[in-house]
Write a protein that binds this ligand. Structure first.
Ligand code: OXD
Ligand code: MN
Length: 580
């Protein structure tokens, strides 16, 4: 197999000349190809078959113990000018990065197969979708790309029709952490990733293409590429709203996108359009519409159980690839908080001993096709996407941020998004539980200067009269003893209901300096055992703490110098003044 697209044919040829693989395999995306690759990896020990009676077609991959999460410190944006990448990114000049990567890629595929993986991010027939080609020497990456994207022949046909595609070159190299780099060249629509076989570092359609390159492209073309889930909320009367929500990695996007209403909320339905990435475009009428560029989930496994997320739990009973989970005596995948059983083998394949810490790696993952989700919305395949009523930002914050508040307008909403802070999680290498600014949950994923990115967000105000309403939520408030104040999970529906009621103009609110908060009694607490004083503290705004927060935001914004939009400075000052 080859291609009629001359640029692609030449790139494959040049890449083969550099990396010197033994074989080149053009992926067609068929099930037969997937099954053959699974067999190949089973034969090599790269995959382990799990109990085929209780977990049919499920496999376990153990990654190198040094290669278990995204590596933000080794991820670079390589633009001609440093200011284009901004203080929010590591920067290297394109010349230097190319030189360094060329020497790493030189001969790195000797003895290996080079997979050419054409993929489409978004429904194949959507004008909002974009194609890419990943070249990789990893069969694990290839099968994951089949689950996560529309991969193969049809994507190649679209590339041949349109002539446009992003290029991603990946090699696992020798997995040496000192020779590991994830480079982005936005102006060349090019990604180069070396030395990691793990998720967001290696499945280049996801964070590298659909967020870093796409956010840069979107800023030039007038749309948004965001780290957001997309869900459909249907009321008992059949009214439907579509909500996009941005939370930092491992803060519950998958759980919210697959929410199961508690018994007391009979008749409400949540359907999933996406759990990680949204591409948002204004249509001809000024309505913001969203597509999910992905077609699979790469979700965090620990904590998934029938109580926290029955849909996710059910959808991974067959067909997923598990990465870095533990195994029980019945050769079934096991992870913390799955059930009361004991693991026998930990994520590294060692006999399980309690003193070694978690049996499954805290960032262990499942990869599964989105259609397996019981709450999957067929609208995820609609080329026109869905109309968004509300955008939600949120973070993991023990203190300060109330359960929910609404920005007073779009400009204030941009400030709320730009001010998001959250405690770090195991999704990236580094300390866990440290609060950091993570604007729009895009800190690790924005492919250009945040100052320019916020300006781009602000520009939507001039382009539409009917933008979505913007909200902030915090499911993670704790008391002095570290106990969560809000039950979260299915009960978050109660907050979503207030949000759509606000969008529909059906409910009032209390105006505060930080935005609109629910009036007492406006969040439906039927069937929930929560003390009134807890609700009061979940919905309180302490002006002194918020003044400190506003000063902290000012000092963070200061890092962006002249790139910081004046409107955002003025908006922050307005809120600070209102706090007294
Ligand atoms: C992810 C992440 O894997 O955000 O989605 O790290
Ligand atoms: Mn993510």
């Amino acid at each position: 197999m080859s291609t009629t697209n001359e640029a692609l044919r030449k790139w494959v040829q040049d890449t083969a000349a550099l990396t010197k693989p033994d074989r080149i395999h053009w992926c067609d995306g068929s099930d037969a190809e997937y099954n053959a690759l699974i067999q190949l990896m089973l034969g090599r020990g790269d995959l382990i078959e799990l109990n085929s009676r209780t977990y049919p077609n499920c496999y376990l991959h153990r990654s190198d113990p040094t290669d278990v999460a995204r590596v933000e410190h080794l991820t670079f944006v390589c633009t001609p000018e440093k200011a284009e990448a901004g203080p929010n990114n590591n920067w290297m000049s394109p010349d230097e990065a190319h030189q360094q990567m060329d020497s790493l890629f030189d001969g790195c595929m000797r003895g290996r197969t080079m997979y050419v993986i054409p993929y489409c991010m978004g429904p194949l027939d959507s004008p909002y979708a974009r194609c890419g080609v990943e070249i990789s020497d990893s069969a694990y990456v290839t099968v994951n790309m089949k689950l996560m994207t529309r991969m193969g022949k049809a994507a190649l046909q679209r590339i041949e029709r349109e002539g446009k595609f992003a290029r991603g070159l990946h090699s696992t190299g020798d997995l040496d952490p000192d020779r590991r780099f994830i480079m982005h060249f936005p102006q060349e629509l090019l990604i180069q990733s070396f030395g990691s076989g793990y998720g967001g570092n290696a499945l280049l359609g996801k964070k590298c293409h659909a967020l870093r390159l796409a956010s840069w492209q979107a800023s030039r073309e007038g749309w948004l590429a965001e780290h957001m889930l997309i869900l459909e909320l249907e009321s008992p009367a059949g009214e439907r709203h579509y909500i996009a929500a941005a939370f930092p990695s491992a803060c519950g996007k998958t759980n919210l996108a697959m929410l199961i209403p508690p018994e007391s909320q009979a008749g409400w339905k949540v359907r999933t359009l996406g759990d990680d990435i949204a591409w948002l475009h204004l249509d001809a009428n000024g309505q913001l519409r969203a597509i999910n560029p992905e077609s699979g989930y790469f979700g965090v496994v620990p904590g998934t159980n029938p109580k926290t997320n029955r849909n996710a739990f059910d959808m991974i009973q067959r067909d997923p690839i598990f990465t870095n989970v533990a195994v029980n005596a019945a050769n079934e995948p096991w992870w913390e908080d799955k059930d009361k059983q004991e693991p026998v083998t930990d994520w590294r394949g060692r006999p399980w001993v309690k003193t070694n810490g978690a049996a499954a790696h805290p960032n262990s993952r499942f990869t599964v096709a989105a259609r397996q989700n019981p709450s999957y919305s067929p609208l995820a395949d609609d080329p026109a996407g869905v109309p968004i009523s509300a955008i939600i930002f949120g973070g993991r914050r023990r203190e300060l941020a109330p359960l929910v508040y609404q920005a007073r307008d779009w400009r204030h909403g941009v400030l709320v998004g730009a001010s998001v802070a959250s405690e770090t999680t195991a999704a990236a290498i580094g300390a866990v539980g440290v609060t950091r600014r993570d604007p729009m949950a895009m800190k690790p994923f924005c492919g250009y200067n945040f100052g320019d990115y916020w300006r781009h967000w602000l520009s939507f105000e001039q382009r539409s009269q009917q933008l979505p309403k913007i909200f902030h939520v915090n499911w993670f408030r704790q008391d002095k003893n570290g106990k969560f104040l809000w039950p979260g999970f299915g009960d978050n529906l109660r907050v979503l209901r207030w949000i759509v009621d606000r969008c529909a103009g059906r409910v009032g609110a209390r105006e505060t300096p930080i935005g609109f908060l629910p009036n007492a009694g406006d969040i439906d607490l039927k069937g929930l055992d929560i003390a009134p004083e807890i609700m009061e503290s979940l919905l309180s705004v302490d002006p002194t703490s918020w003044q400190t927060e506003m000063r902290d935001i000012a000092s963070y914004f200061g890092e962006f110098g002249a790139a910081l939009p004046a409107e955002l400075v003025a908006e922050r000052q307005r809120v600070e003044r209102a706090l007294g």
